[in-house]
Design a protein around this ligand. Structure first.
Ligand SMILES: O=C([O-])CC(=O)C(=O)O
Ligand SMILES: [Mg+2]
Length: 668
């Protein structure tokens, strides 16, 4: 079933609404009279409880703008239990948790806990007054109406004026624009997120092109580097080696119970900036804010996690403000055991359908974790699969400008890590599916260069396993420019994580070989891009089709405005994740990635092509995400991996109806 609701209120915070009724205990009844009396009493208790719960649900659903109970039920696609939550409501999958329709669900593990087991003592309370103003999920600041100020004990706690959300947004955008240093904008946005979540998302959704570079790449990179000194409010969940053996308990400390997407990093390869240890937390936080803003997954369904196994970054180890554990990285069995405990606890706590997105792990762990857990969990590696899907989308779209089919092109990569080999594999898969050629043959169109030069057969013995499929017959070549001359690629893709590698000579060689060279400088943040948009256009005399991982402004070249594309996985993962969770997927399959690429490519219009664009602008991203989600969900159903049944007829409409809205709700 789908566990996300239209609108902001799937929150399941601070919730315990029924007293712990101990199950599994035996009452030995002395005689049948007593038994009959007890049975009547139990029936009465259950009946009264159920009637009040129903009434409570109806009030909450109506009170918070969901209106019609039937509609909510239909949206959720299954039996739902909605529990009042002093301002929000939670949605619990009764069928899957209880194993039968109706009944009380032991969501917090209290009923089945033995007396010596530890519990998190959650209590339910209605936030009002001072507390309400300090609860980011329900705070509306100056937008509280007169009536709400009376009803919620806010009189005097706010200045007299009442502002609309639109006016609040206008004021905040004006304030933000006054900061000249991008990091200051980032801090202001994070403060807003911690103060007034609805307003944060309203800003982000309405001003996506302007604010994406603030909460995401490139600024988030700098924020991670300085996370210790700019640290104000803890965001997300930290699981360090100190929590070994207690990870399930740590997960239970997180206030939201209806988690559907987890983005997790161990901070070892943050963007192209390397090992930032525990300070990598900025990445899961940023990615999940895009899940909500771009993909419509409610914030209360998102959980950012950083696994802290130490860092090998000497600068951080010697930094008095470093927030992580100060030791060198745990590796081998110690690392594997912690990850295993984490993945097991996640499934135990949130079930089969929670999506775990691996983000910015170093190559050696990323491939292994993906291979291991894709068999047992709903997992997705954004750097391998998300980046692959977005690049493939751009390549499919670029065929409109370049002509021919994918199989007619030759691809050369600089960088043979997660992104490089991930993209290469997805291109080969698409070629193989489209032409019917074996995968092995499709791979021959694709060449990779790593730090030791062109990947060729003679290097096979010393290559890591993920590079081996790309070792083709060729004499060794050391330099990228010589590889370009020898391989004669039509497409050059940078995934090296090292800036300025596409030199003038490299780009000019591409231009001498191709009428319209396709150049993708994908490494993040901007400082690590293989070349800039301006360089790519200048060195190809305006003929390049250019895309990058971090954003570049449009460039005027000889009176023509050339618009670079942002080939960033942010186009894919929010819609991809939404598609998975709305179908109740239990596993990710490569065909779902291909479906996402094709869905994104079809969003590029003639008007975009005329400007040399191979990606649609981010302004329409929620519509784009709904389309991606629909195509991904369709594939999930087709492959028999969906658990939200029956399949909704119109998946685009269904996706749209599931998307979070940042508009304020009225409180009664
Ligand atoms: O975060 C981004 O902008 C893209 C990405 O996944 C990475 O570079 O690791
Ligand atoms: Mg990443």
């Amino acid at each position: 079933m789908l566990n996300i609701s239209a609108g902001k209120s799937c929150s399941n915070r601070n919730p315990t609404f029924y007293s712990p009724i101990k199950r599994g205990r035996f009452l030995v009844l002395q005689n049948t009279k007593k038994f009959a009396a007890f049975a009547c009493f139990r029936f009465w208790v259950v009946f009264v409880f159920w009637v009040s719960l129903e009434d409570c649900i109806r009030r909450i659903v109506v009170g918070f703008g969901f209106g019609d109970r039937k509609k909510v039920g239909a949206l959720m696609g299954s039996v739902v239990e909605e529990i009042s939550n002093g301002g929000g409501h939670s949605v619990v999958d009764v069928e899957s948790k209880a194993g039968f329709g109706g009944g009380i669900v032991d969501v917090y593990g209290e009923d089945c806990a033995t007396e010596d087991q530890v519990l998190t003592p959650w209590t339910a309370s209605v936030a009002s007054g001072y507390t309400l103003l300090r609860d980011p999920h329900y705070n509306k600041g100056l937008a509280f109406t007169e009536k709400e100020r009376d009803a919620h004990y806010l009189r005097g706690l706010l200045p007299p004026t009442v502002l609309t959300q639109e006016l609040q947004e206008k004021k905040l955008m004006q304030n933000l624009r006054q900061y000249e240093v991008p990091l200051h904008r980032y801090i202001a946005m994070m403060d807003l997120q911690e103060r007034n979540e609805g307003l944060f998302y309203k800003l982000l959704i309405d001003n996506v092109e302007e604010l994406l570079p603030v909460v995401y790449t490139p600024t988030v990179g700098e924020a991670c580097q300085k996370y210790g000194s700019i640290f104000r409010h803890p965001q997300g969940l930290y699981i360090s080696l100190k929590e070994k053996g207690k990870i399930l308990e740590v997960l239970k400390n997180w206030p939201d119970r209806g988690i559907q997407v987890i983005v997790v990093t161990d901070g070892e390869r943050i963007l192209g900036l390397g090992d930032l240890g525990c300070q990598g937390m900025g990445i899961p936080v940023g990615k999940l804010s895009l899940y909500t803003a771009l993909g419509g997954v409610p914030p209360s369904a998102c959980l950012p996690i950083t696994i802290d196994v130490g860092t090998n970054n000497e600068k951080l180890l010697n930094d008095e403000f470093y927030i992580g554990i100060k030791q060198r990285r745990a590796t081998g069995q110690e690392y594997a055991e912690l990850l295993e405990e984490f993945m097991t606890a996640v499934k135990q706590n949130y079930g089969e359908k929670v999506l775990v997105q691996f983000e910015d792990f170093a190559n050696h762990n990323a491939f292994e974790l993906l291979a291991k857990y894709s068999k047992t969990h709903l997992v997705f590696n954004d750097d391998i699969q998300g980046t692959a899907s977005v690049v493939l989308a751009g390549l499919i779209a670029s065929l409109k400008l370049l002509g021919g089919t994918l199989a007619d092109h030759t691809f050369l990569f600089l960088g043979a890590g997660e992104a490089g080999t991930g993209i290469a594999e997805l291109i080969a898969l698409e070629i193989s599916k489209k032409t019917g050629a074996p995968l092995e043959k499709a791979r021959k169109k694709i060449w990779l260069v790593d730090s030791k030069g062109l990947i060729v057969k003679s290097r096979l013995g010393s290559l890591q396993h993920f590079k081996q499929p790309w070792a083709h017959d060729h004499e060794p070549i050391k330099e990228l420019v010589d590889a370009v001359k020898a391989i004669k690629p039509t497409v050059l893709i940078g995934t090296s994580g090292v800036g300025k590698q596409f030199t003038k000579e490299v780009v000019e060689t591409m231009a001498s070989l191709n009428k319209k060279p396709l150049i993708l400088a994908l490494s993040n943040p901007t400082s690590q891009a293989e070349c800039t948009a301006e360089e790519a256009y200048a060195w190809t005399k305006g003929r390049a089709i250019f895309g990058s991982g971090s954003p570049f402004d449009p460039v005027k070249y000889e009176n023509k405005l050339l618009v670079p594309g942002q080939a960033n996985n942010a186009y894919i993962f929010p819609g991809f994740g939404l598609g998975l969770i709305m179908a109740g997927a239990i596993r990710v399959h490569d065909d779902m990635l291909l479906a996402a690429s094709e869905a994104l490519a079809t969003q590029v219009s003639e008007e975009h092509y005329a400007k040399g664009m191979i990606y649609p602008p981010f302004t329409n991203i929620r519509k784009i995400s709904a389309n991606i989600a629909a195509k991904v969900a369709a594939k999930v159903y087709e492959l028999g991996l969906a658990s939200n049944l029956p399949r909704p007829k119109d998946l685009v409409k269904y996706a749209e109806s599931c998307m979070y809205s940042p508009r304020y709700r009225s409180y009664r």
